[in-house]
Design a protein around this ligand. Structure first.
Ligand code: FES
Length: 359
């Protein structure tokens, strides 16, 4: 403690205002120090300490049993039959084993640190963010010396070739990812062209909006005010996994919301894209593609849980917070002769995060 106080005093004594700071404030906040140390029951009672130690190793053994059970469950409940009941048992019992193993380790470690490990408070004085001049000069000198000795700045041929090699090193990865695009066929001519695949979804004129995952079409009259519904193209429900169900769903998934028509502020060229206060927006975040699934009924904001981008549904899903760089694409909708909600066309721009062909 004495050493820490000395360090704190030294910090105060050597404190200098930054150039340009008008008023010098040497000790603006009083240091309240540490609260009085409170002894734990395990510090005072050896029997309590023994009990705590027993609890900790029992939890660790329990974790061990959970891990062993998870491995045993993998063998006891094989999924090779493909029966849904076997898959459920397999997932359930492996999951229980892993959950027990992780939970018991976590609780055991916390109990160990709180009840058994020595209980001392420490203060680490906070240093000024700006390094001292001598430290900064030392860092610059190290970089200069490294530059000099490596010849990075001087040997332009080596530097240029290294930069070219680094840039080229990502090309194999891009090539492999391009190769993941499905083969083109007469039924699916855009397959094989990643740009076209990323630019288009299954939505087309007249395609009914349907509940995810049942594929049940949605009537405009059935949507209540304030509701938010996860929607897929109706014909998606007819696809099997081997036909690319998941790939198509990942692009075409939509959120449908209903509010009062007067709450929506629409751009002139989008006035016909909503129907009676019902709007449809891509659910794929324009940041890095997470599902934007949290709808705030009162504010009409959509929240992406990954990095907290927020979109204002009343203003064309414009970004109002977070790292997303552009609004969620809107799906133009209307109703058909039977009152079912249908798309007027595909999205008019690619959904999801930016990629190399975006304009
Ligand atoms: S993916 Fe939505 S904010 Fe990052």
């Amino acid at each position: 403690m004495a050493h820490e106080e000395d360090a704190l005093e030294h910090e105060r004594a050597s404190w200098k205002p930054s150039p340009g700071l008008a008023v010098a404030v040497p000790d603006p906040v009083h240091n309240p120090g540490l609260p009085p140390h409170r002894e734990r029951i395990t510090d005072k009672d050896p029997a309590a300490m023994q009990r705590a130690v027993r609890t900790v190793y029992t939890l660790f053994y329990l974790s061990l049993a959970g891990s062993i059970w998870a491995v045993a469950a993998y063998m006891l409940f094989p999924i090779e039959s493909g029966q849904i009941v076997d898959i459920r048992h397999n997932n359930l019992f492996i999951g229980l084993g892993i959950a027990l193993a992780l939970l018991a380790i976590g609780i055991g470690a916390i109990h160990w640190s709180k009840a058994v490990m020595s209980d001392k408070e420490h203060i680490e004085p906070r240093h000024a963010t700006r390094g001292r001049d001598v430290t900064r000069e030392g860092a610059v000198a190290v970089f200069r010396e490294a530059n000099e000795e490596s010849g990075f700045g001087r040997r332009t041929a080596i530097r240029g070739s290294l930069i070219a090699a680094l840039v080229a090193s990502v090309l194999p990865g891009i090539t492999l990812f391009r190769g993941l695009a499905p083969e083109s066929s007469p039924e699916n001519p855009i397959a094989g062209d990643p740009v076209a695949l990323l630019s288009h979804t299954m939505w087309k004129k007249g395609e009914r909006l349907a509940h995810d995952p049942t594929g049940e079409p949605i009537r405009a009259a059935d949507l209540t005010l304030g509701s938010a519904v996860h929607v897929i193209p109706q014909s998606l429900a007819e696809l099997s996994h081997s036909d690319g169900y998941l790939e198509e769903k990942a692009k075409a998934i939509v959120l449908l919301m209903r509010m009062l028509p007067e709450q929506i502020v629409e751009a002139e060229d989008r006035k016909s894209w909503s129907y009676n206060g019902i709007v449809a927006y891509s659910k794929v975040c324009t940041h890095v593609g997470c599902p934007v699934a949290l709808y705030e009924q009162q504010t009409h904001h959509l929240l992406c849980p990954c990095h907290q981008s927020q979109f204002d549904v009343t203003h064309g899903a414009a970004v109002i917070f977070g790292p997303a760089a552009r609004p969620l694409p809107q799906l133009p909708i209307t109703v058909d002769s039977e009152g079912y909600l249908v798309a007027q066309s595909d999205f008019t721009e690619p959904v999801g995060p930016s990629f190399w062909e975006r304009h």
